[in-house]
Design a protein around this ligand. Structure first.
Ligand SMILES: Nc1nc2c(c(=O)[nH]1)N[C@H]1C(S)=C(S)[C@@H](COP(=O)(O)O)O[C@H]1N2
Ligand SMILES: [Mo]
Length: 308
């Protein structure tokens, strides 16, 4: 079953006209033009480039989501994710590391101060946002577990709890739960790679992947796995969920690339939310989602050929 088709997303799901007007009035209230409507940035790492584009309104960031554990419609996560219990939250660390075992989430993040990172976020379905995340560089989190030299990849697993995640119970679901994603170790250790614990200055709402989720801004959004309970350091390349579902459509690398079309649609441009029928807000998609200068050195031409 094909459960991902941008043409099937009704414009009303992209955003309502009302939200669009709200956003314009917020920008006006702040006395800012489109190019200058950035929130103050605190504690941003020097490596993180500044995104000089308007933020996507909070109501869209937290109301238009992909989180198939709660359903396949964009409004389902915001509608159903409040049922999820996120405390206590355990995280299992396994594989090629010295410090493995089951940890309380609080202990895993203890001592880190989340920093704000404003990143472009590009879904493989050709819509995009600009999001003010709060998070911890993944490299800091991973270093805590002392990965060995055998760790070439890191695999992440989302919670499996059908009692609280109605999408995991759906009999027509083609997903083999739990959701799994992975990165090569050097991608995971890159300074742009973030474990987000918040958004818009607050703790992460459940629909955005509470209590913590990955954010890899130069890759398609499906790499940014939510509500993580497992981190495994491995010698071999993990099999990520979307690749398992449709190996001809989604790969492991999934670097944003306007020159390589998805088999069923172009990736050359994207609709920046809010997007309406009247104002779809199309823009050109950038290689590596605009982060090529920061990350291109991670990849050889071989990797790029295997991009999907
Ligand atoms: N566990 C889990 N993580 C997930 C998904 C999902 O369905 N399940 N969807 C992915 C996709 S396709 C996208 S575009 C982003 C959406 O993140 P957002 O809802 O915070 O914008 O989450 C990603 N992480
Ligand atoms: Mo996505």
């Amino acid at each position: 079953m094909l459960i991902r088709n941008p043409a099937d997303i009704p414009p009303s799901e992209i955003t309502s006209e009302q939200t669009f007007l709200n956003r314009r009035s917020v920008i006006r209230a702040l006395g800012l033009g489109a190019a200058g409507s950035l929130l103050p940035v605190s504690g941003r790492a020097d490596e993180a480039p500044v995104v000089e584009e308007p933020l996507t309104p909070e109501s869209i960031v937290t109301g238009f989501n992909n989180f198939y554990e709660f359903g396949t419609n964009k409004g389902d996560p915001a509608r159903y994710a409040h049922r999820l219990t996120t405390s206590p939250w355990k995280v299992r660390i396994s594989g090629e590391a010295e410090n493995t075992g089951e940890f309380d989430f609080e202990d895993v993040v203890r001592g880190f101060t989340p920093e704000e990172r404003i990143y472009r976020f590009r879904c493989v379905e050709a819509w995009s946002m600009v999001v003010p995340w709060l998070g911890i560089p993944l490299s800091q989190v991973l270093t805590r577990f002392k990965p060995t030299s055998q760790a070439k990849f890191v695999e992440f697993t989302t919670l499996y709890r059908p009692a609280e995640m109605p999408g995991q119970k759906a009999i027509f679901s083609s997903i083999d739960w739990p959701y799994v994603e992975g990165l090569r170790m050097d991608e995971a250790m890159h300074p742009l790679t973030l474990m987000a614990t918040g958004v818009y200055g607050k703790a992460l709402p459940n629909q955005n992947g509470a209590p913590w989720r990955l954010v890899v801004p130069w890759k398609y959004g499906f790499k940014s796995i939510k509500s993580i309970v497992g981190i495994r350091f491995s010698r071999s390349q993990p099999v990520n969920t979307w690749h398992r579902i449709a190996p001809g459509e989604y790969g492991f690398y999934a670097n944003v690339n306007p020159d390589v079309s998805h088999p069923r649609w172009s990736q050359a441009r994207e609709r920046r939310l809010p997007s309406t029928l009247a104002e779809p807000n199309w823009r050109a998609t950038q290689p590596f989602n605009g982060y090529a200068a920061e990350v291109a050195q991670l990849y050889t031409s071989m990797d790029l050929a295997r991009y999907y």
